[in-house]
Write a protein of this length. Structure first.
Length: 267
């Protein structure tokens, strides 16, 4: 089985950044099939464009643009890529980074398809920082990455303590975020009081229901903005009232407009 060392990925790497125990690469995937392999360091993959399939010892993921994966160090997996342009943004975390910020590199084990839209938007902001580099971009990357690990650690530590409705409501929102939802119907489906849902959701998801739904919509738009669809079509498919509402929400969550995001992918 192949072992890939720091900064090594299958494909054509067009940009590599290294600083303070992090290695960041922007890579075009060129191999239709990559056999079982693992990396010596833990790393994130944020799929910017295209599509691929990834499998590990537990499950297989279909990975369209906007997918965020985490791989523990030396965790074996394989990849299949269709005949389309596919591009990945990788953030590799060395042992020295974990030690520097006093985080156990074994605190989060395995490989995961991270569906939490808040994590995806944090990783997007890291991508944006690496493309619009200024004197403080390294500081921003560290802060954003620490926020991601904080979310992941909190989820891992409290997964057994969360009530069953938390996972159920998350599944319901992922399946129905483009529809008009109301608190009464959600509470009835979960068989809990609306007050309990409102208070408990804020506690477990660190945002309101409305904010979470908007993040899901924006996360979905990151996938669709890679297609030839117009902004109006993307807005409609993601469940926004209109194009102007989509642009406003995108700017509030990402910091730039959808068109600026599309231009950023060209860098």
């Amino acid at each position: 089985m192949d072992t890939l060392h720091n900064g090594e990925f299958f494909g054509q790497t067009n940009e590599t950044l290294r600083f303070d125990g992090l290695t960041i690469t922007d890579t075009e995937y060129t191999h239709p099939y990559v056999d079982w392999h693992y990396h010596e360091n833990a790393y994130f993959t944020f799929l910017l464009q295209g599509n691929m399939t990834e499998g590990n010892k537990k499950e297989t993921y279909d990975c369209p643009a906007g997918t965020l994966l985490y791989h523990h160090w030396e965790d074996a997996h394989y990849n299949i890529k269709p005949e389309i342009f596919t591009r990945g943004f990788h953030l590799e975390v060395t042992e020295s980074w974990f030690e520097k910020f006093q985080i156990s590199k074994d605190s989060i084990e395995g490989s995961f398809n991270l569906k939490n839209p808040a994590l995806k938007l944090l990783m997007y902001k890291i991508f944006r920082e690496t493309k619009n580099k200024d004197l403080s971009f390294e500081l921003s990357v560290h802060q954003l990455l620490l926020n991601i690990f904080s979310e992941l650690s909190d989820k891992d530590e409290n997964s057994d303590k969360k009530p069953k409705w938390v996972g159920k409501v998350d599944e319901m929102l992922h399946e129905n975020f483009t529809e008009k939802l109301n608190l009464t119907a959600l509470s009835k489906s979960l068989d809990i009081h609306p007050v309990h849902l409102s208070r408990g959701f804020q506690k477990h998801f660190h945002c309101t229901l409305g904010e979470y739904i908007r993040k899901l919509k924006i996360s979905q738009s990151l996938t669709l903005l890679n297609t030839r669809q117009s902004l109006a079509e993307v807005a409609l498919e993601c469940g926004f009232a209109d194009q102007s509402h989509f642009i406003r929400s995108f700017r509030e969550n990402i910091g730039i407009t959808p068109l600026q995001y599309k231009n950023l992918l060209k860098k």
